[in-house]
Design a protein around this ligand. Structure first.
Ligand code: DAH
Length: 339
């Protein structure tokens, strides 16, 4: 029996040595020490032993049980350590490797300049108003003093959805919407998309952007218009910019003017950029027509105002010397990356 016990100890030690996994280890524990295990089955035969032998074998059996238990927990520690080491190796991160490059997007030149324009006007106490791109004939034309048969309608080739609904051809209808909702003092700009049935070429697109401006208050004069727009141009194009106001006609303003900036390239001499003019037109403006104020329920005897409207694409083209409008919409990275 003693021999059998020693034999168990040896096979157990050998099996433990070969064992490499925790599950296997558990199976070995059951095999050697469990209720139906090898050690127990030997101890069950203790009854056959003599009274002198029994304590000796009993002691030996306990000793062997303890040894095997000790060896199992020892092996368990080793296996856990091995597994941890393996995992650490597998999950090792080389912190010195260069990171994956993250490409940060950039603002589209139209957005970048629009943000600048907004910033300039916000600084002068304006806020930003919005209006719908699908408009009614009333807001886009009628309320702006352009009745149905007015010849100026022909200059804005309109996308009509039906007789009364259209895609706005200008941001000016937002003036009407603002004045209907808000009583003076009013100081707003309104940037947005506008649509005209034009064929695409270097200077035309059926979709482009305008920025509208409107100021209404008591005692607003042409001097306020000139001062405000001159400051705007100097902030946008530089303090040394030279501007001039040239008489013009718009149905919704009286008097009306166009604002020209002296050509930056030739300083008024005339060159290719300004087509020999020396000046570049950048916006239309004027004193809000009394009829337009009236249409919005504002008394033209009490209040006056000025308005202006400019094409965003044009301003950006002048700003960066871009000669083809189509570049803005083609999403060519070689173009966009330059800004
Ligand atoms: N709406 C005009 C256009 O599209 C631009 C314009 C001119 C707007 C004069 C104005 C203005 O507010 O006062 O051509």
């Amino acid at each position: 029996m003693k021999q059998a016990l020693e034999q168990i100890k040896l096979t157990a030690a050998d099996a433990l040595h070969k064992c490499g996994e925790l599950k296997e280890l558990d199976a070995l524990r059951v095999k050697f020490l469990g209720k139906k295990g090898e050690l127990t089955s030997i101890l069950k035969q203790m009854g056959k032993l003599s009274a002198e032998e029994r304590p000796v074998i009993g002691q030996l059996a306990n000793k062997i049980r303890e040894d095997i238990e000790g060896a199992i927990s020892e092996r368990m520690k080793e296996i856990k350590a091995e597994q941890l080491e393996k995992q650490l190796q597998a999950e090792k991160i080389d912190v010195t490797l260069p990171g994956a490059k993250f490409h940060l997007g950039k603002k589209h030149p139209l957005t970048a300049v629009l943000d600048e324009v907004k910033e300039i006007f916000l600084g002068m106490g304006f806020s930003v108003a919005e209006g719908p791109e699908v408009e009614t004939d009333y807001y886009n034309f009628e309320a702006l003093n352009l009745p149905k048969d007015h010849p100026a309608r022909d200059t804005q080739d309109t996308f009509y959805i039906n007789e009364n609904i259209l895609l706005r051809t200008q941001t000016s209808p937002v003036q009407i919407r603002v004045m209907e909702q808000q009583k003076p003092p009013i100081r707003v700009i309104s940037p947005g998309r506008v649509y005209r049935a034009d064929a695409v070429d270097a200077t035309h697109s059926p979709l482009f952007h305008q920025i509208e401006g409107l100021v209404v208050d008591k005692n607003v004069t042409m001097a306020d218009l000139k001062g405000t727009l001159e400051i705007f141009v100097k902030k946008l194009y530089g303090e040394d910019s030279v501007v001039r106001f040239r008489p013009h006609h718009f149905p919704f303003t009286e008097p009306s003017a166009e604002l020209d900036v002296q050509c930056f390239a030739c300083h008024g001499e005339g060159c290719r950029l300004c087509k020999g003019e020396g000046w570049i037109e950048i916006l239309g403006c004027g004193m809000v027509h009394p009829k337009v104020l009236q249409n919005c329920g504002i008394d033209p005897e009490e209040y006056s105002g000025f308005a202006f409207g400019m094409g965003l694409e044009r301003i950006v083209m002048r700003r960066y010397g871009i000669d083809d409008l189509r570049l803005f919409y083609e999403n060519d990275m070689r173009f966009l990356n330059q800004f």
